[in-house]
Design a protein around this ligand. Structure first.
Ligand SMILES: O=C(O)c1cccc(C(=O)CC[C@H]2O[C@@H](n3cnc4c(=O)[nH]cnc43)[C@H](O)[C@@H]2O)c1
Ligand SMILES: [Zn+2]
Length: 353
C-alpha cells in the first residue's frame, strides 16, 4: 500500500474543504475498494488464502512492481469473496467508506464473471449487491450505481458471461447503468469486444471501457470507434496524441483520471509527470477518481488533494472538478441538480466564513 503517495504538504485548509465537499466517484472498483479491515476479516474467514490477515502486513502486500503484479494481487483478493454474504458485506462497507468522504453518488465497477466463475450463484450475487445498494442509500444517503466490466484477459467466455448477466431482464440489477472492460490491455485488443458492447448498448447501458492506461493512444481510439465509449477509464496515454485530445475535447468524452493509481501500478513514473494538466489545457473534461483506493494507499479525498496540486486549483476550481463528475455521471437530471446545488451551497458557505 503506497502510503507515501498521500501528500502531507497540502494546505490544511484546502484539505478540510475537500473533506466536506460533496463528491461523485465515477471510477472505483468493487473488490479494489475493500478496506484493510474488510480484507483481513475476509482473509480470516478463508484462512487457505495467501492474503495476509494482519492489516499492517497489507502495506507490503499492496506494493506493486508493475501492472501485472497488481492484477495478480487483485485476483488474490477476488479469491476471498466466496459467498453472497461476502459480496453483501464488501458492498455495504465500500458504501460506508464512500459516505464518510461525502461521496453522494458512486458508479462502482463490479466484475460479476469473477464471482460467478468462482461458484457464487448469479441470482444470489445480484440480490447481495442490490440489498447493499438499497441499505447504503437508506442508511448513508449515498446513491450507488453499477458498471459491470468484462475482465478482458479472461477472454470471450468472460465477455459472453458478463453480457448475459448485464442484459438478461430476469437477472439485470436495477442499479446497473453501464458496461466496462478492465484488466490488462497488453495482448487484449479492444475491437474483439465490439459485439458484446453492441448488445449491452442496445440494452440501454452506457459504454465506459478502460483504455490507454497501460497501452498507447491507439487503444483509446479503438475504445471510441469499436466500443462507442462515452467516457474513458484512465485514458492516460491520450496525451501522446494531440488529434485524440482534440477529438475527446470536441466530443466531450470525459477521461476518468486516477492519478495515484497510475503511480502505484507504475503506468506513470511520478505524479509530477502525470498528464492531467495537458488534458485540461486541451479542453478535455476530466473527472477525479480513486480506482482501487486501499490497494493504492489513497482515497477520493486524497485524489482531489493531488488534483489541486497538479492543476493549481483553489476551492472554486475543486468545486468545478466535483461538478464535472456529477455532470458526466449517469445519474438522472434531478439527482445531478441536487448534488450540484449542494456543491454550490457548500462552496459559497466555505468562502463566506
Ligand atoms: O476473475 C478471473 O477469474 C479472471 C481471470 C483472468 C483475468 C482476470 C482479470 O484480468 C481481472 C482484472 C480486473 O481488475 C479490475 N481492475 C481493478 N483496477 C483496475 C485498473 O486500474 N485497470 C484495469 N482493471 C482494473 C477490473 O475490474 C478487472 O475486471 C480475472
Ligand atoms: Zn479502473
Amino acid at each position: 500500500m503506497t502510503e507515501h503517495l498521500v501528500d502531507p504538504q497540502a494546505p490544511r485548509d484546502l484539505k478540510a474543504f475537500i473533506a466536506g465537499l460533496p463528491k461523485a466517484e465515477l471510477h472505483v472498483h468493487h473488490v479494489g475498494s475493500a478496506s484493510p479491515r474488510i480484507v483481513s476479516e475476509l482473509a480470516a474467514r478463508h484462512p487457505d488464502s495467501k492474503v495476509p490477515t494482519d492489516p499492517a502486513a497489507l502495506v507490503d502486500y499492496f506494493t506493486f512492481t508493475d501492472f501485472a503484479h497488481f492484477i495478480d494481487v487483485y485476483l488474490s483478493v477476488v479469491d476471498l469473496i466466496r459467498t453472497p454474504e461476502d459480496v453483501r458485506l464488501l458492498t455495504y462497507e465500500v458504501a460506508r467508506d464512500l459516505a464518510r468522504q461525502q461521496v453522494r453518488y458512486a458508479e462502482l465497477t463490479i466484475t460479476p464473471f469473477s464471482s460467478t466463475r468462482r461458484g457464487i450463484d448469479e441470482r444470489a450475487f445480484m440480490d447481495a449487491i442490490e440489498d447493499a445498494r438499497k441499505a447504503a442509500e437508506a442508511e448513508f444517503g449515498t446513491v450507488l450505481r453499477w458498471c459491470f466490466d468484462i475482465p478482458g484477459e479472461a477472454g470471450l467466455e468472460a465477455a459472453e458471461e458478463t453480457t448475459r448477466l448485464a442484459t438478461d431482464d430476469r437477472l439485470r440489477p436495477e442499479g446497473l447503468v453501464s458496461f466496462g472492460l478492465g484488466g490488462p490491455e497488453v495482448g487484449v485488443p479492444r475491437p474483439q469486444f465490439k459485439p458484446y458492447f453492441d448488445r449491452a448498448i442496445a440494452a440501454g447501458l452506457h459504454s465506459v471501457p478502460h483504455a490507454g492506461e497501460t497501452t498507447g493512444p491507439e487503444t483509446v481510439w479503438d475504445a471510441l470507434t469499436h466500443l462507442r465509449a462515452e467516457r474513458i477509464g484512465h485514458g492516460t496515454s491520450s496525451a501522446q496524441d494531440p488529434k485524440l485530445l482534440a477529438h475527446l475535447a470536441e466530443h466531450r468524452i470525459p477521461l476518468e483520471v486516477c492519478p495515484t493509481s497510475n503511480i502505484a501500478t507504475r503506468a506513470v513514473r511520478t505524479l509530477d509527470e502525470h498528464p492531467i494538466k495537458e488534458f485540461v489545457k486541451a479542453g478535455v473534461v476530466v473527472t477525479i477518481n480513486s480506482d482501487d483506493p486501499p490497494m493504492f494507499g489513497t482515497d477520493l479525498e486524497n485524489e482531489y488533494t493531488v488534483a489541486a496540486r497538479l492543476l493549481d486549483l483553489d476551492e472554486r476550481g475543486l468545486a468545478d472538478l466535483a461538478k464535472n463528475a456529477v455532470e458526466v455521471s449517469f445519474l438522472d437530471e434531478a439527482g445531478k441538480a441536487g448534488i450540484k446545488g449542494e456543491i454550490d451551497t457548500y462552496t459559497a458557505g466555505w468562502l463566506d466564513r
